[in-house]
Ligand binder design. Structure first.
Ligand SMILES: [Zn+2]
Length: 307
């Protein structure tokens, strides 16, 4: 089902040239290809499509989506897609132009748009924009999953019944895990319920599961961590008696480690409570290669370190 267009034309478009005419090449081979940006989206899409489509992810384990720029290879993969799904809400901040160009020839859906405005959290980093990390509240993420299933069923209507059945099963597991997370976080004594991470990825998590969250960096990782950020965080840890902070798999641990060292210098013992999956999942095929697995691992680390 591949809908091709000349790679050279789209490459030029993606890398800054404009006014290129896009030529379509018809080579429909009947195979349904879905390309996504993040592991969280691919994970849900695989649950929806089973073996009936090829799912490709542009950003692998440990990759930071805020900083990610499309490579030439990515543009080729997007060009080969029948459907492109991305998070949106400015998560893939450096890829928007590519999606806009691609949308001229292929359905491109920002799944985060399914979260209604009144349920979005504001971004402290970007005025007028929203926090994009919606997968950390499974009750919001399920809206994005429903949007994925609708986009998939629209692009491949012959199998829509199958897709919707799979979606409902997956939503049941999301709902069950949502309740589990809520119960686990509630076991942390209220005064100790403070989650300090490398960047502000856990706003929705905090909102949904009743834990205060602080990120050393803002909603996006584009801005550098400054000395003042480290000092402010150390003061916060001392003041609140926070005993553990967390690094993230997709972000350099250096800034968090500086906080731990500086806090110790001030006589406040704080440990690194573990490495959380924030903007990327673990390796495919491992227990943290799925959103549910990564979520379980995160919550177990958080509860163990803070309780
Ligand atoms: Zn992030």
């Amino acid at each position: 089902m591949k809908r091709g267009l000349l790679i050279s034309a789209i490459t030029l478009l993606a890398f800054g040239a404009c006014e290129q005419s896009v030529e379509r090449v018809s080579d429909d081979d009947g195979h349904f290809v879905i390309v996504t940006t993040t592991g969280m989206i691919s994970d849900a899409v695989r649950m929806i499509v089973g073996d009936s489509a090829t799912v490709e992810t542009l950003m692998g384990p440990g990759v930071d989506p805020h900083l990610y720029k499309a490579t030439k290879g990515d543009v080729e993969r997007l060009d080969n897609a029948d459907l492109i799904l991305y998070n949106g809400l400015h998560l893939e901040g450096k890829m928007q132009d590519v999606f806009t160009q691609m949308n001229a020839v292929t359905p491109v859906v920002a799944v985060g748009d399914a979260v209604p405005e009144e349920r979005r959290l504001a971004s402290a980093t970007y005025a007028g924009k929203y926090d994009p990390h919606i997968w950390f509240d499974l009750s919001r993420w399920r809206l994005a999953v429903v949007a994925m299933s609708e986009a998939i069923a629209t692009a491949d209507p012959q199998r829509s019944t199958y897709y919707y059945e799979n979606t409902n099963r997956y939503l049941d597991s999301l709902d069950a895990l949502h309740e589990w997370v809520r119960g686990e976080i509630a076991t942390i004594p209220e005064a100790q319920r403070v989650l300090v991470t490398a960047h502000d990825a856990f706003g929705y998590f905090g909102d949904a599961y009743d834990i205060e969250v602080r990120g050393l960096q803002g909603i996006s990782t584009v801005a550098e961590v400054g000395l003042q950020d480290v000092t402010n965080m150390v003061d916060f840890l001392v003041e609140r008696g926070v005993k553990a902070v967390f690094v993230e798999t997709s972000i350099s641990p250096k800034a968090v480690e500086a906080v731990v060292t500086d806090a110790r210098d001030k006589g406040h013992e704080v440990t690194v409570g573990g490495e959380l999956y924030s903007d990327a999942l673990g390796a495919p095929g491992t227990s943290t290669g799925s959103l549910l697995g990564a979520m379980r691992a995160n919550v177990t680390a958080i509860v163990t370190a803070l309780r």
